[in-house]
Design a protein around this ligand. Structure first.
Ligand SMILES: Nc1ccn([C@@H]2O[C@H](COP(=O)(O)OP(=O)(O)OP(=O)(O)O)[C@@H](O)[C@H]2O)c(=O)n1
Ligand SMILES: C[C@](O)(CO)[C@H](O)COP(=O)(O)O
Length: 379
């Protein structure tokens, strides 16, 4: 059983103004939605449903793992559309989060999940620290006790099956899912919210959110570099696998796997950045199951390991060293294939080649060498 997430992103952000809905506006170099999805992915929730406005269903740049669902005219209708994608036989808990809360600390998500071990529902709240007034136009018409009042945040977490039933029974118009759950008699445990977890609502909230993200990143950013180097000898054949593309040649590369020397160097660069050894440690050549293996298996493993350890790969640079075959005509296809395997943007992957001026084993065309660098950033 898993803990799933629904990110509601089908609103139009009218109060935030702007040319596009607030979730597609830029914040510190990325869209609001990218920060939010990233935070929820880092929290380890899966699957992640992103509920989009019908006009936004084809929006580019969302991680390929997220499931896109068309939302409704109100927040609760959008949540119901997301819930319809989840199977209570597979998913135990669901955390529902506003796309407009991109700075949610991992500790808040973790507190909600931990509370769900013992409660059927849990949500973050923050004390009201200012005095409260009632207003009559621009004059104070009374005061409101703040005793027992909390400011509600998301993600709000629930046991999936009773929440689906609660939404089915609700007449609509709820401000949040806690309201829906309580109307169905569910008991909701309160956990500590966080001041960083603001909901971008008004134009001035973007600057506040950006300052929070900058502070969070300054505190947590960890940049790691790794390098990888590999060599494979030629043998008779009809082409070489290089960075995921079979390049026609009058020779092949010899190896236990498909001998993709470029992909091996890149994979080792990622393992190196993580201080996780090399391909041989994870896929021993002595193990017959890896004989003839396609090297994308190794690269995908290194990428997944980076993610599990809390890193995203910022860029990769790989140089193939050979006289023949010529790499230039195939470099774009290699870049696209490597992007496909790693889930990275193609413009963050560089594949290039050099000769060794006919010197050494590459110069004598006895084999191909590859050197690669990868930069990993704490996610
Ligand atoms: N039909 C709707 C309305 C809202 N939301 C989502 O619910 C969250 C909280 O809503 P709010 O902050 O009010 O967002 P908007 O409705 O987009 O903003 P506004 O009310 O200013 O138009 C947001 O993540 C929003 O995208 C949604 O998925 N579907
Ligand atoms: C769910 C919510 O974020 C809790 O604070 C909030 O109710 C949704 O936003 P809105 O501004 O009330 O539409």
């Amino acid at each position: 059983m898993t803990d799933a997430a629904i990110i509601v992103a089908a609103g139009r952000g009218t109060r935030a103004k702007g040319q596009t809905a607030k979730q597609w506006q830029m914040l510190g170099g990325r869209r609001v939605a990218d920060w939010t999805i990233d935070a929820i992915q880092r929290a380890g929730l899966s699957p992640i449903i992103v509920v989009l406005h019908p006009d936004d269903m084809a929006v580019s740049g969302l991680p390929k793992e997220v499931i896109r669902v068309a939302g409704g005219a109100s927040r609760d209708a959008s949540v119901r559309a997301g819930l319809a994608e989840l199977d209570p036989a597979v998913v135990r808990n669901v955390l529902i989060h506003d796309v407009a809360r991109p700075c949610v600390p991992l500790s808040v998500v973790a507190a909600v999940r931990a509370a769900l071990d013992h409660s059927e529902a849990a949500a973050p709240g923050l004390a009201v620290t200012d005095a409260l007034w009632r207003a009559d136009d621009d004059h104070v018409s009374g005061v409101q006790s703040r005793e027992g009042l909390l400011r509600a945040q998301t993600p709000q977490g629930f046991r999936l099956a009773p929440l689906i039933a609660a939404h089915a029974a609700h007449p609509g118009g709820a401000a949040d899912d806690v309201e829906v759950a309580r109307a169905a008699g569910m008991s909701v445990r309160i956990v500590a919210g966080h001041e960083d977890n603001l909901k971008i609502t008004l134009p001035e909230d973007f600057a506040r959110a950006e300052a929070i993200l900058n502070r969070q990143q300054d505190r947590s950013m960890d940049i790691r570099l790794g390098n990888g180097f590999d060599v494979h000898a030629f043998e008779p054949g009809d082409g070489c696998w290089l960075c995921g593309i079979k390049v026609p040649h009058d020779k092949a590369l010899k190896g236990h796997s498909d001998a993709d020397v470029g992909m091996h160097a890149v994979t080792d660069a990622i393992y190196g950045a993580l201080a996780e050894g090399d391909i041989g440690r994870h896929f021993p050549p002595s193990d017959p199951q890896w004989k003839g293996a396609e090297s994308h298996i190794f690269l995908a493993h290194a990428v997944a390991l980076a993610k599990t350890k809390g890193y995203r790969i910022s860029n990769i640079d790989c140089t193939l060293i050979c006289e023949q075959p010529k790499v230039g005509p195939h470099a774009s296809a290699m870049q696209a294939r490597m992007a496909d395997i790693t889930g990275m943007q193609a413009d963050r992957i560089s594949i290039k080649a050099t000769t060794s001026e006919k010197l050494g084993f590459t110069g004598r065309e006895e084999g191909i060498a590859a050197i690669a660098t990868a930069t990993l950033i704490s996610a």
